[in-house]
Design a protein around this ligand. Structure first.
Ligand code: FAD
Ligand code: SF4
Length: 463
């Protein structure tokens, strides 16, 4: 049976006035009935453009057709063949720019809600007591060391483990998952989901070592000395950028990384947590990406009376996922577009009290192709704020480059890959991908890079 509706089935969600005060998941997930109705909107296209929009080539019409027929576990198995972390991707991927952006149903109406259906099937699978373990090949007698347990490292680890490799993931933090656990808040991606998807990798035989900083605890060379045939660097981009304006050193000023890590990884949002965090009244968040939206929505939930997102361009250029922007607005977050911060002002105790800003207008496109914000004369004004969260971007940490002979980084600190289409760095048998190579990007692109590296490693070692 087909569903001719031009509109997506809405996602059942917590109401804004309730959710803005709690950290429980905002989107509650489709019921079986809604999922089947949504799946029936898919045309099962012969030439499915949606698949071309997916960086890991999930067989979208095939899994949606299983949902339409009520075969939810089969749907999940199909997704898992190409994506080992579907409950995560179904929640956080920018589908509107990827698979859903290409869906033909989007031409005359709304695309099929592919992400919501992926999440539905993955959640059904995770709710089973016993999950089937994807097939793995017999031992290949090869060892891989993966640096970093973010989506990129996890994807590489999963693919190599399936191919019979002995895989160990080394993680600097005390929890596995990278940004999925320290950055993205609980109300968007419950940490129990991340833990469950990671445990499915453990079932594939992947070993996980925490509190282990490669470059400090041991070096990349020592990983090779201890028997690794290949090393994959998925160390992300965890070094926050600052605006370099006066006042960034004041009390009440955070990098988004620090603010989110305190709240998400160190659980400052829970009453039983002893992680210190400043409970601000009027928060300003600088930036317009997912990190800015997460910081703003966390600040609201931490009890702020006002939260203002300050962004240099217009709403049309906001890089955050559409759903996050809509959710932020519904929760009462205010947006000041075409506004650039000039200075953070402090009181006699060196605590932030206001943000001096300047009005901007859009000019000619810059190197990134986006319209360049240009200051307007005599347009300075102040916003009262006791907490400024800076979410203007992150760079890779230089530790691995400085401790590994042969590794090279570009001007932005991103690892250099030896040739286009490859994932191997300038150092033999050391591969890299995800944010460590591209700079801050997306979960699925990081996973795609991890998978591509695994393929390259396997090809090289099968010769
Ligand atoms: P990461 O996830 O950063 O993982 C790297 C891991 O390596 C970390 O755990 C780090 O501790 C570890 N590490 C670093 N150095 C070492 C070392 N020397 N030794 C051992 N371990 C090390 N993307 C989306 O698609 N959708 C979203 O909604 C979204 N929201 C986001 C919200 C926030 C707040 C942030 C910060 C990012 C968001 N992103 C989102 C981007 C996305 O999370 C990243 O692109 C993705 O996580 C990159 O994956 P990665 O594996 O390359 O690195
Ligand atoms: Fe279904 Fe849209 Fe993909 Fe066609 S493009 S198969 S309608 S999800």
């Amino acid at each position: 049976m087909k569903n001719a509706s031009n509109i997506k089935n809405p996602m059942p969600s917590q109401k804004p006035e309730i959710r803005k005060d709690n950290f429980n998941e905002v989107a509650l997930g489709y019921t079986a009935e809604i999922a089947i109705s949504e799946a029936q909107r898919c045309l099962n296209c012969k030439n499915p453009l949606c698949v071309t929009g997916c960086p890991v080539n999930v067989q979208i019409p095939a899994f949606i057709s299983e949902i339409a027929n009520g075969n939810f576990l089969s749907a999940a198995e199909i997704i898992k063949k190409t994506n080992l972390l579907p409950a995560i991707c179904g929640r956080v991927c920018p589908q509107e720019k990827q698979c859903e952006g290409k869906c033909v149903r989007g031409i005359k109406g709304e695309s099929v809600a592919i992400g919501r259906l992926e999440r539905f099937a993955a959640d059904v699978l995770l709710s089973q007591d016993e999950q089937s373990i994807p097939e793995t090949k017999p031992s290949a007698g090869k060892k891989a060391a993966i640096i970093g347990s973010g989506p990129s490292g996890l994807a590489c680890a999963g693919e190599l483990a399936r191919a019979g490799w002995d895989v160990t993931v080394y993680e600097a933090l005390h929890k596995f998952g990278g940004v999925l656990v320290y950055g993205i808040p609980q109300f968007r991606l419950p940490k129990e989901i991340v833990a469950k998807e990671i445990s499915s990798l453990e079932k594939l035989g992947v070993k996980f070592v925490k509190d282990f900083i490669v470059g400090k605890t041991i070096t990349v060379d020592e990983l090779f000395d201890s028997g690794a045939d290949a090393v994959y660097i998925g160390s992300g981009a965890g070094l926050p950028s600052f605006m370099e304006i006066p006042g960034e050193e004041l009390c009440g000023v955070y990098s988004a990384n620090e603010y989110l890590t305190r709240i998400n990884l160190m659980k400052a949002y829970r009453s039983d947590s002893d992680t210190p965090i400043y409970k601000a009244k009027n928060v300003c968040v600088i930036g317009g990406g997912n990190v800015a939206m997460d910081s703003a929505r966390c600040a609201m939930r931490m009890g702020a009376q006002t939260v203002t997102v300050v962004y240099r361009r217009t709403e049309a250029e906001l890089p955050a996922r559409l759903e996050e922007i809509e959710h932020a607005k519904e929760e009462g977050i205010v947006f000041r577009f075409l506004t650039a911060p000039l200075k953070i002002n402090g009181d006699e105790n060196d605590s932030a009290i206001s943000l001096s800003c300047q009005q901007m207008k859009l000019g000619e496109p810059d190197a990134s192709g986006r319209a360049r914000p240009v200051p307007m004369e005599n347009s300075e004004f102040e916003i009262t704020t006791d907490c400024v969260i800076i979410a203007i971007g992150n760079r890779p940490n230089p530790l691995l480059v400085s401790t590994t002979e042969g590794l090279e980084a570009n001007k932005k600190g991103c690892l250099v890959i030896r040739s286009e289409g490859s994932t191997e760095t300038m150092r033999n048998d050391v591969y890299a991908g995800g944010d460590a190579v591209t700079g801050a990007a997306t979960v699925i692109l990081a996973m795609g890079a991890g998978k591509a590296a695994a393929k390259e490693i396997l090809e090289k070692h099968s010769k």
